[in-house]
Design a protein around this ligand. Structure first.
Ligand SMILES: Cc1cc2nc3c(=O)[nH]c(=O)nc-3n(C[C@H](O)[C@H](O)[C@H](O)COP(=O)(O)OP(=O)(O)OC[C@H]3O[C@@H](n4cnc5c(N)ncnc54)[C@H](O)[C@@H]3O)c2cc1C
Ligand code: SF4
Length: 503
């Protein structure tokens, strides 16, 4: 039996491999040029594929590894040598991929059987049964799903009750570190000869792509063994403070206490269950506090699984959604990082440097600004997709289009829009910024402020009655015409400066 392993299915012990003797892998170089993907992302992907190939060969599998321009050309070559072969493929999570691959294989005289994708803890059937009659239009709530998964898989439970007596320790998870705090160092992985060779190929072939082309951008595990060691490193050094600082932003720090495991999870190098096992074990051994462990478990089996299923149920509409009809082009600072706004300049430079920014930079800085600025959510989605090492359509789209841009109401009942206040509360950015966070109007006022109020006013018809927006609109209602005129003027100036690259 032949298993076709895609580039994000790199588990050398993936379930369908148990019954297989032959593996097909296709490195599609033209596919990697559809967008100007970050060189670190492409190096990671191709290097991890080649390492997986070598590991499978060492384990005794026969591996056909094809380098081609497209998947179609790769399959032509494969079926030229193995006419009529029957392939097995783990169901890819990105919309339409399974149908496209099935048609490509059948066009070439082969067959393709889809099996469950073990990169996820939960199956589509489990989610659909849990959802029952509820549809995407009704909206799904992550919190309910999360509790269902905790119970169903007996994760961090004491009998029928959640460990510690509560499902949620968010109140303990909104701290910001003091000035004396330094985060534990991020793990490092020395690029081996194979990674260096791939990096050379990537930087030559894709020399017009966006992102730091230097080898030191590739700080991500490329093998399962490295990914396991990244997990161990996280549990022993960063997990204890993960919870407290999970919403914090600190100048000059790109990793804080985050796990940095998303690229490994999304490539298949790690499975969600082993992350859960590792952190729960640390809690039971008294090595990590419950607020950190629960917070982490929520991200992995709550949010990640939820996003996968909501995307599945929400596509194809989610791929085109734009309920607020925002159409402005993404301002140049997303590409060059040139801005006096400390928060945005930090976040963009983190993405440029290594293809990564942590969750709060993604949500409350990068997508928050695009949202209140009025950027096209689908363009923002493409920017995230090409810039991040962990970005795949199935995960980036619900996060960017659903959560960050509020382009569909499927994922949340209110937009994640905020003024500079939130960033000031959660970071040390504003103290040194050229802009003044306490001012809304006039030259030098924090750009987030006027854009935020202008955004609420502009989108009043859609937002006023939505979910929990009542408090915000009570503030909107208190402003008089004179104040609105100044806000509009400042918002227009900010947008013009952003467009011209002078913000
Ligand atoms: C606008 C926006 C875009 C995002 N794009 C991506 C993306 O392309 N790929 C991606 O994997 N995540 C994405 N996320 C979710 C989240 O920000 C990243 O998973 C996380 O920052 C990865 O860093 P980490 O491994 O250090 O995560 P940690 O903070 O340590 O969290 C642990 C794990 O939880 C999972 N997780 C947490 N939140 C989410 C979520 N909302 N969706 C899916 N998984 C989650 C990830 O696998 C992550 O590795 C996005 C979030 C936002 C707001
Ligand atoms: S003052 Fe405004 S622009 Fe500057 S860092 Fe704070 S939130 Fe960002």
């Amino acid at each position: 039996m032949t298993v076709w392993l895609l580039g994000d299915q790199l588990a050398p012990d993936a379930t369908p491999l148990e019954a297989a003797d032959h593996v097909l892998m296709i490195e599609a170089h033209g596919f990697a040029a559809r967008l100007p993907y970050h060189p670190a992302k492409l190096t990671l992907l191709f290097s991890a594929m080649r390492h997986c190939r070598d590991e499978l060969r060492e384990r005794g599998y026969e591996v056909t590894y094809v380098e081609a321009e497209t998947f179609g050309e790769g399959l032509d070559e494969y079926f030229g040598a193995a006419p009529g072969d029957a392939l097995v493929l783990m169901d890819p999570p990105s919309h339409g991929a399974a149908e496209r691959f099935t048609a490509m294989v059948e066009d070439r005289g082969g067959s393709l059987a889809l099996v469950e994708n073990d990169a996820f803890l939960t199956t589509p059937d489990q989610f659909d049964q849990w959802a029952g009659d509820r549809t995407v239009e009704d909206g799904f709530r992550q919190e309910r799903w999360y509790r269902f998964v905790r119970r169903e898989f007996d994760i961090l439970m004491d009998g029928d009750e959640p460990a510690g007596g509560a499902w949620n320790y968010d109140d303990e998870n909104r701290e910001t570190p003091g000035p004396e705090w330094t985060p534990p160092p991020a793990p490092t992985f020395e690029p081996d000869a194979l990674t260096r060779e791939v990096h050379e190929f990537v930087t030559e072939r894709y020399d017009d792509h966006w992102g730091n082309p230097a080898l030191d951008a590739v700080v991500w595990p490329v093998t399962r063994a490295e990914a396991r060691s990244a997990l161990d490193h996280f549990v022993s050094t960063r997990l204890p403070e993960f919870g407290a600082y999970q919403d914090a932003l600190v100048e000059g720090e790109w990793a804080l206490s985050h796990s940095l495991l998303s690229s490994s999870l999304n490539l298949g190098l790690l499975r969600p269950q082993e992350l859960v096992d590792a952190v729960v074990e640390a809690y039971r051994a008294g090595d990590a506090p419950l607020n950190s462990v629960e917070g982490f478990v929520r991200q992995v089996v709550g949010w990640r699984e939820f996003m996968r299923h909501v995307y599945r149920r929400g596509m194809p509409a989610m791929g085109e959604a734009n309920q607020l009809e925002q159409e402005r082009a993404l301002p140049p600072l997303y590409w060059d990082g040139e801005t006096d706004m400390t928060c945005l300049s930090e976040a963009v430079s983190h993405v440029y440097d290594r293809g990564y920014a942590h969750h709060i930079e993604r949500l409350m800085v990068l997508s928050n600004f695009a949202l209140v600025y009025g950027a096209d959510p689908q363009e923002l989605n493409r920017w995230f997709h090409l810039g991040f090492v962990d970005a795949y359509h199935w995960v980036t789209t619900p996060n960017v289009v659903g959560m960050g841009s509020f382009a569909t109401g499927v994922l949340s009942s209110k937009p994640y829009a905020s003024s500079g206040n939130y960033i000031n509360k959660m970071s040390d950015f504003c103290a040194d910024c050229e802009y003044t966070v306490s001012r809304t109007t006039g030259e030098g006022a924090c750009p987030f402020n006027a854009l935020y109020w202008d955004f609420l006013k502009e989108n009043e018809e859609t937002l006023r009655g939505t979910g929990r927006m009542g408090l915000m609109y009570s503030h909107v209602d208190r402003k008089d015409e004179e104040e609105w005129a100044e806000i509009r003027e400042r918002a227009a100036d900010v947008r013009e400066m952003a467009r011209e690259g002078t913000l």
